[in-house]
Design a protein around this ligand. Structure first.
Ligand code: AVJ
Length: 322
């Protein structure tokens, strides 16, 4: 039977406090913004799962294709004993990696880190059942705050997939990469999935699909604020906006107030006002170029040893050595 355990560094009460702090910081200033963490309650996670299957949303398919093509090389190059994944490890992409590492014969442990305790515990149980010899050690935490709690040792590869690196603005992104480098020993690896700059005619629909699933995913954050902070947002009074910012080379998702409105946030003791047309920034999703991402990784102390993409060149997988 497996050796499994889960360490919890974010309790339910801390989640509520952090949400209140983020809402107070982001909604009372101008322009209004919220970090994308809060999209992923149970409904938001289900909506994102639907997004990954939409015809317009290419990143998940492209990354899976690249992983399927190169998982054996990744196992051979890294000889990883411990696979660490920033993210719950619930995806089939994780299993592509675990299968390749198991076939290579080096794999001993899997360490998923995720902010959702529910998703993490489900994933730990499922992976332990599918890989009986594997030690599975889950960590409930935020990868921007709790990396230091990841277990050391074991010739680790840290997998940071899905393009989630793009949710971080350049400053926090540089800090995360530097922190990741600090926690790795020389000779350990970072496997990074990053979406690539391309024609906005492809990028924008991926964040504004015809069925409106992304619009619902975006509005869902208002349902989270209503439920968790007792706010009285009317999600239907906001239009979904997805926009390509060519200067920063990132997609912005926003919620635009159709009419002037006032929203009460009783937990914060404030009422906020939206002008007609005023927008709330809910997410940036940065897109990368090989030369600039290689330079960012080098600045953090990582040497990119292997760079792959899907056959259409939509999405990148890079394997960097600490
Ligand atoms: C899960 C953060 C990688 O940025 O593409 C999908 C989230 N937002 N559709 C992304 C998302 C809108 C996704 N990440």
């Amino acid at each position: 039977m497996n050796d499994t355990d889960v360490d919890v560094y974010i309790g339910a009460d801390e989640l509520a406090r952090t949400l209140a702090a983020d809402a107070a910081a982001g909604l009372t200033g101008s322009p209004k913004w919220l970090p994308p963490t809060w999209f992923y309650d149970a409904r938001g996670s289900r909506l994102f799962d639907e997004i990954t299957r939409l015809p317009e949303y290419y990143p998940t398919r492209a990354e899976r294709t690249a992983l399927r093509a190169h998982a054996d090389e990744i196992a051979a190059h890294t000889g990883t004993k411990t696979l660490v994944e920033l993210g719950s490890g619930s995806s089939d992409k994780t299993r592509l990696l675990l299968d390749a590492l198991r076939a290579h014969g080096s794999l001993g442990a899997f360490v998923p880190l995720d902010v959702s305790e529910t998703a993490l515990r489900e994933s730990v149980a499922a992976i332990a059942a599918e890989y009986p010899a594997l030690q599975v050690h889950g960590v409930v935490g935020d990868f921007t705050r709790h990396l230091r709690h990841l277990p050391r040792g074991g010739t680790r590869t840290v997998a940071f997939l899905g393009g989630t690196i793009g949710n971080l603005l350049p400053g926090p992104r540089a800090r995360l990469l530097a922190e990741l480098r600090d926690l790795l020993e020389p000779g350990e690896w970072l496997l990074l999935g990053a979406d690539l700059v391309k024609d906005p005619a492809v990028l924008v629909p991926a964040y504004d699909d015809a069925l409106g699933v992304t619009a619902e995913f975006n509005r869902n954050v208002l349902h989270v604020l209503n439920r968790e902070l007792g706010a009285d947002f009317d999600p239907g009074a906001f239009d979904h906006v997805a926009r390509w910012d060519p200067g920063h080379e990132w997609i912005e998702m926003r919620l635009r107030a159709r009419t002037p409105m006032r929203v009460r946030l009783p937990e914060l003791g404030v009422t906020i006002a939206f002008d007609a047309g005023e927008e709330l920034l809910t997410e940036v999703s940065a897109k990368f170029r090989r030369d600039r991402l290689t330079a960012e990784l080098a600045t953090a102390g990582f040497a990119v040893r292997y760079w792959w993409t899907d056959p259409e060149g939509l999405f990148s997988l890079s394997l960097s050595r600490a």
